[in-house]
Design a protein around this ligand. Structure first.
Ligand SMILES: [Zn+2]
Length: 156
């Protein structure tokens, strides 16, 4: 799944989470759940992959910055933790490109690769997911905080 969708779903998780640590853990778990849903991919060449991955990475960074800026201060740590956790498993893509090897153990890479039901011609699934995750994250951030969120943010 596109990194932008991992970031937007991580923002939703962070907006609903009470603490940054649980948002981060749920964000990481969400990455593998979303990657297991049929999605756009199967690029055929590194050139085609980069034509999608580079704009996707830049849009993801913009989305992270924008959502962090829009998040109420008391929710910002959890929202950032959710987005970072959800994006983190895909850090292997730029690291492999730049340094020639994955930062993750081989078993993680193999699992990550095997769960992907990718096919070309599924850009519409990614766009629908982005709209849904983005709208849900913004709606969740606009909700008044619950009693737990009104207290000072805790890390654990
Ligand atoms: Zn992934």
């Amino acid at each position: 799944m596109l990194l932008t969708n991992h970031v937007l779903s991580g923002a939703l998780i962070g907006a609903l989470a009470r603490r940054p640590a649980s948002a981060f853990a749920a964000g990481v778990a969400s990455h593998f759940v979303l990657d297991a849903v049929p999605h756009w991919g199967d690029w055929g060449s590194i050139r085609r992959f980069l034509q999608v991955a580079v704009p996707d990475g830049l849009i993801s960074l913009g989305a992270m910055g924008t959502i962090a800026a829009l998040a109420p201060a008391e929710r910002r740590p959890a929202v950032l933790a959710g987005m970072i956790g959800a994006a983190l498993p895909d850090v292997d893509k730029p690291v492999k490109l730049w340094f020639g090897r994955s930062p993750w153990p081989r078993v993680v890479d193999e699992f990550h690769r095997r769960i992907q039901p990718e096919a070309s011609g599924r850009a519409h699934i990614e766009l629908l997911a982005a709209a849904a995750f983005g709208a849900a994250a913004l709606a969740a951030l606009r909700r008044p905080p619950g009693p737990a969120a009104r207290r000072a943010p805790r890390l654990l």
